[in-house]
Design a protein around this ligand. Structure first.
Ligand code: 13P
Ligand code: 13P
Ligand code: MG
Ligand code: MG
Length: 364
């Protein structure tokens, strides 16, 4: 049975500020998607939030970029925005850049990751959702999952993984893409994907048969809007087991709270802290950035789950380390590398300050 799994997300209002989600927004989303399920438009759904981002997880028998599914997501965000406005939530409709829907949420503000496959005999899928960061935050964990044998034992000892994986990398500034077959081309790939603000892994396929393994959202809201409208808090879908990395190999990279961009005003670096659903409420200095993971077993398109994967005590030490790193980074205040470089900051007064000082600069 061919199934499409669509994860579409948007920030349509924070509560309070940019830290979390009002329960009424979740209710509206569940009501809208519940209606669509009854009408047979989707097979199943799950509504979650990561910080101030509303996450719509849907299965259906349509296709990727299906206008009917994208319209459903868009209409759900519009309904959420109405509630956010009524409740005077913060930044109501923040990620909806356009007034009217035109067939696909891409380029309209929401982020999306979608994957279509023949459901296997048993189909475990992991959905990662992050707040206060950007799509390039997935580069390091994806590399570890699908190209680093120190993370994924299966690359060495499981014949089904041993031929490696091919990554599609997008240049989100120039709107170009390139494929790397790993492990053979992993050094070339690393030369690019280490530059996380520009080169973003879009998808991963298995070399042995071209089967899709992972997909991310690469939507760069600020590049789309041409002005700061919120960070491009990303999502990704990963298939697990039987020729893909095991669930535990997919989660393992998040035991390292690596530094990502997007903390406070989208303008600071901070550690990506792995958390359970209940802890996905970035509050300290609007952070530190969070990642959570919902796992499902697909059952003919039905979503058995979610299981809250990063809640586990085995990530306690990573949370502790993230807090230590957060303290260390915070002590830099307005200095780099806590503050992002001038080109990447989403808030800046630099042009105004330089303009004001124009006449005061003297030749050295
Ligand atoms: P599979 O070979 O079924 O993917 O299982 C491997 C595994 O889970 C070991 O941890
Ligand atoms: P969001 O992108 O999650 O709305 O956060 C905005 C921000 O940077 C708050 O400090
Ligand atoms: Mg927000
Ligand atoms: Mg957010």
């Amino acid at each position: 049975m061919k199934i499409t799994l669509s994860v579409i997300k948007a920030d349509v209002g924070g509560y309070p500020g940019h830290s979390g989600m009002h329960p009424e927004l979740m209710e509206v989303a569940r009501r809208e998607l519940g209606k669509a399920k009854k009408e047979g438009k989707i097979i199943d759904f799950s509504v979650l939030h990561c910080g101030d981002d509303l996450e719509l997880i849907m299965t259906h028998s349509g296709f990727i970029d299906d206008p009917q599914i994208h319209k459903l997501a868009w209409d759900t965000f519009v309904a959420g925005t109405a509630v956010a406005k009524k409740l005077k939530l913060y930044g109501a409709g923040q990620d909806l850049l356009k007034d009217t829907f035109s067939g696909n949420v891409k380029g309209m503000g929401p982020g999306s990751a979608e994957v279509c496959f023949e459901e296997r005999k048993s189909e475990p899928v992991l959905i990662f959702m992050a707040d206060k960061t950007e799509p390039g935050a997935w580069n390091l964990p994806l590399y570890k999952m699908f190209a680093d044998p120190f993370n994924t034992a299966g690359l060495v000892i499981d014949a089904a993984c041993h031929k490696g994986y091919t990554f599609e990398v997008q240049d989100v500034r120039e709107h170009k893409k390139v494929r790397f077959t790993c492990p053979a081309e992993s050094y070339d790939m690393l030369a690019l994907i280490g530059q996380v603000g520009r080169y973003v892994i879009k998808s991963v396929v298995r070399n042995s048969d071209g089967e899709i393994a992972a997909v991310t959202s690469t939507d760069r809201l600020n590049l789309l809007a041409g002005r700061y409208v919120g960070k491009d808090d990303p999502v990704m879908i990963i298939r697990a087991q039987s020729g893909f990395p095991a669930v535990g190999e997919i989660l393992e990279p998040f035991a390292f709270p690596h530094l990502v961009a997007g903390w406070m005003r989208g303008s600071h670096h901070g550690p990506l802290m792995p958390v359970g659903f209940e802890q996905a409420t970035p509050s300290r200095f609007d952070g530190p950035p969070r990642v959570m993971c919902a796992a499902f077993q697909l059952n003919n398109g039905l979503l058995e789950g979610p299981t809250d994967m990063l809640k586990d005590v085995s990530f306690d030490e990573a949370r502790h380390e993230a807090n230590v790193v957060a303290n260390y980074m915070r002590r830099h205040g307005p200095f780099e590398p806590h503050r992002l470089g001038a080109d990447d900051m989403e808030y800046t007064t630099l042009p105004e300050v330089l303009e004001k000082l124009k006449g005061r600069f003297e030749k050295l």
